[in-house]
Write a protein of this length. Structure first.
Length: 223
């Protein structure tokens, strides 16, 4: 048998008819392989089971449930963030002339009040020396040690240890200046309209207020 097979192979290699037969066999072999590979995706696709209408509805429902669960999870996370306590502080002051009170606010919420004195004359300040306390919204311009300052009326120590100057240029248009919040050497004048125009508090209170304010802190003065 092997001898006949050897003779056949020599014939296919050497003779023209043998070469034709060999070429034909190769063509058939290559063609068959190509058709098999081409058909593979078709058979693979058909191998996937098709979903019934009921299964499609169930699958869609599961997808909707998953979306809602994800949305609820996000809402919970947002609520947690919103419920976190405020860790930063933004302090401001509100001075009510008629009540002789200074309110210290943190993020808009009053946290402490101080008794004060205001200008002895009522109404809006219009010029230097009118002994009126201006009404408006200002910002702290500077914080100055004032133990050595001298007042024409009250002498040395009239402004206590600190004088917090307010930027009033937008309101005054250069007609007056020097308004601020300070301590006093006459605490008996607190709770009354008794100053030359500035707001005065106890020396211990100005020491405390100084801890909360800085250049740029908003100060609102109202009647």
């Amino acid at each position: 048998m092997l001898a006949y097979l050897a003779i056949l192979l020599r014939w296919m290699r050497r003779s023209t008819p043998g070469k034709v037969v060999t070429a034909g066999l190769l063509i058939v072999l290559v063609s068959g392989t190509y058709n098999h590979l081409s058909a593979a995706p078709f058979f693979a696709d058909n191998a996937q089971p098709k979903l019934t209408e009921t299964e499609k509805v169930e699958q869609k429902g599961q997808e909707e449930i998953a979306k809602k669960a994800e949305a609820q999870k996000q809402e919970v996370e947002n609520a947690k963030v919103a419920s976190q306590p405020v860790t930063s502080h933004t302090y401001s002051l509100v001075i009510t002339k008629s009540a002789y009170r200074i309110s210290l606010l943190d993020n808009g919420t009053p946290i402490k009040e101080y008794n004060c004195a205001v200008g002895r004359n009522p109404g809006q300040k219009t010029k230097t020396g009118d002994a009126r306390t201006p009404v408006g919204t200002f910002k702290v311009e500077s914080i100055n040690p004032s133990s050595d300052w001298v007042s024409d009326e009250d002498g040395k120590g009239a402004y206590g240890p600190w004088f917090i100057t307010l930027d009033t240029r937008e309101l005054s248009k250069g007609e007056w200046n020097g308004i601020g919040i300070s301590g006093t050497n006459k605490p008996e004048g607190l709770g009354r309209a008794s100053s030359a125009g500035s707001i005065r508090v106890r020396n211990s209170d100005i020491e405390e207020i100084k801890k909360f304010v800085k250049v740029g802190t908003v100060v609102t003065i109202k009647e």
